[in-house]
Ligand binder design. Structure first.
Ligand SMILES: [Zn+2]
Length: 147
């Protein structure tokens, strides 16, 4: 893998996330590693406060400021995901393009890889005159409907 590919290929594991930090020249402090480990372990979308609480419950001492600074740095570098919601930001372990199923009952966001049929993409391109290079879909639903 050449350097460029190494910096743009999807991150598929905690080890790959750590390697990406290193190849970007980011310092890998203990706190930064804790955050990455937590996100890969839970694979949920968590707020900075939840991340802070869970790490401290695990006995991994980390300050509020450190949590916020590390989350900013990791999301800016594309190592983790940052989801903007009306009630604040959430962070997830997946950094490459993926879609979300938003459960309106539980407020949970479930990551899902969705590949649209080529003819649908072509229709969208024809209608808009824009060549589609990437997409992320937000699905919304309730748990009650699925039995
Ligand atoms: Zn996600």
């Amino acid at each position: 893998m050449d350097d460029q590919a190494a910096l743009t290929s999807p991150i598929t594991s905690l080890e790959a996330a750590i390697e990406r930090c290193q190849s970007l020249g980011m310092r890998l402090s203990r706190q930064r590693r804790y955050i990455l480990e937590l996100l890969w372990q839970h694979q949920e979308h968590l707020s900075a406060r939840e991340i802070y609480n869970r790490l401290n419950q695990q006995g991994r001492e980390i300050g509020h400021t450190s949590v916020y600074q590390n989350l900013d740095a990791l999301s800016e570098q594309g190592i983790i995901e940052c989801v903007e919601r009306a009630d604040g930001r959430l962070y997830g372990h997946l950094s490459d393009s993926h879609s979300h199923v938003n459960c309106l009952d539980t407020n949970e966001i479930i990551d899902i890889q969705v590949t649209l049929p080529t003819d649908l993409i072509e229709q969208i391109e024809a209608r808009t005159g824009v060549t589609i290079t990437d997409y992320r879909i937000d699905f919304f639903g309730t748990t009650a409907a699925v039995q």
